[in-house]
Ligand binder design. Structure first.
Ligand SMILES: *Cc1c(COP(=O)(O)O)cnc(C)c1O
Length: 348
């Protein structure tokens, strides 16, 4: 029985082409700037996102942290959404390691922060206040059903930032999902950001790694920060080679994941005892809730029953579950997952 693992797109395994690229990669010491494969990946990433320079990092969390630390000093403030990954899931890294004060404002259900909320969160000059330095956006917005921020919105946040003398960091872990969902060049989504992080290791299916992109000056500073965090990776071309395949071959197919997610959500909406809004699904992430009335199973029992049928998903709160479609999950797997969910809900 094939396991259909819908917990996250991070479970994707490298493609055969990636494995081949990894075993043949030209290597050198990247801390000396001498790994030709990393250098090539960084050029491709900068080029694709329309930035002057890029840098490979070990993870998305490390990339976001490096950007926060590069933009802000101790006691500075960063504005970010209450549903953002940087606030929710990164161990409070900016505060723990950078002394950066997170100023949290509400993410609307569509993932956006209201411009008025951002504007009123920016501090004036006053000895009582931390200094606002940074606004962080997230696209797609993981905790808001993988919702997409459009270029016009990102541009208006950047205009606000400019007016108030701030920088913009984009947590673009899944920025290519956003670009594919909108059917636009990713540069339209990245042009508004002073710095950007995106993951190679999620829907793009590389085994390890994320990219930080920005101006040459920003990336030069970010390299110092990466070294301080122990993120200099020597012959990292082994993983960069898979990243190159990810950027050259794995972007367009994300559209397939979005179709699968939509079909999964629509199928789930037909199952009794489950609440979901399929119209909210824009990319590869879906959430659903088990209705509390007459429930005969705990969340753990529900997961265990699905597990027996080879289906894995993520429990993210009482009766609240997430599923993510990705490379390795095809439309037949979606049907299998829907059948399993239907049976588990019926108790058969
Ligand atoms: C996964 C994710 C990250 C962090 O990436 P890791 O490689 O898991 O550290 C950051 N932001 C968002 C929105 C993510 O989904």
């Amino acid at each position: 029985m094939k396991t259909i693992d819908l917990r996250s797109d991070t479970v994707t395994l490298p493609t055969p082409k990636m494995r081949e690229a990894m075993s043949n990669a030209d290597l050198g010491d990247d801390v000396f700037g001498e790994d030709p494969t990393i250098n090539r990946l960084e050029e491709i990433a900068a080029d694709k996102t329309g930035k002057q320079a890029a840098m490979l990092v070990a993870s998305g969390t490390m990339g976001n942290l490096i950007c926060s630390l590069t933009h802000c000093g101790r006691g500075d403030e960063a504005i970010l959404g209450d549903q953002s990954h940087m606030f929710y899931y990164e161990g409070g890294g900016m505060a723990a390691l950078g002394g950066i004060h997170p100023h949290i404002i509400t993410n609307q259900p569509d993932g956006k922060m209201l411009l008025a909320d951002i504007d009123s969160a920016v501090r004036g000059e006053d000895v009582h206040f931390p200094r606002t330095r940074l606004i962080c956006l997230e696209n797609t917005q993981n905790r808001c059903v993988g919702s997409v921020l459009e270029p016009e919105y990102c541009d208006s946040v950047a205009a606000l930032a400019k007016r108030r003398g701030l920088s913009v960091h984009l947590d673009g872990a899944r920025i290519f999902n956003a670009a594919v969902a909108l059917g636009i060049d990713v540069k339209k989504l990245t042009r508004s950001a002073d710095s950007l992080m995106f993951c190679l290791s999620k829907g793009l299916s590389a085994p390890v790694g994320s990219m930080v992109c920005g101006s040459s000056e920003f990336i030069a500073e970010a390299r110092r920060t990466r070294k301080i965090l122990g993120g200099g990776m020597r012959q990292g071309g082994i993983i960069a080679s898979a990243g190159i395949v990810a950027l050259e071959e794995m972007i367009d197919r994300l559209a397939e994941d979005h179709i699968n997610a939509k079909n999964l959500a629509e199928g789930i909406s037909q199952i009794d005892g489950v609440s979901i809004e399929p119209s909210k699904v824009q990319t590869n992430i879906i959430y659903f809730d088990l209705l509390q009335d007459n429930r005969d199973k705990t969340d753990e029992q529900f997961l265990a029953k699905l597990d027996e049928k080879g289906i894995k998903l993520l429990n993210l709160g009482p009766a609240h579950f997430r599923m993510v479609t990705h490379y390795g999950i095809n439309s037949k797997d979606i049907d299998t997952a829907l059948t399993a969910l239907t049976e588990v809900m019926k108790g058969t």
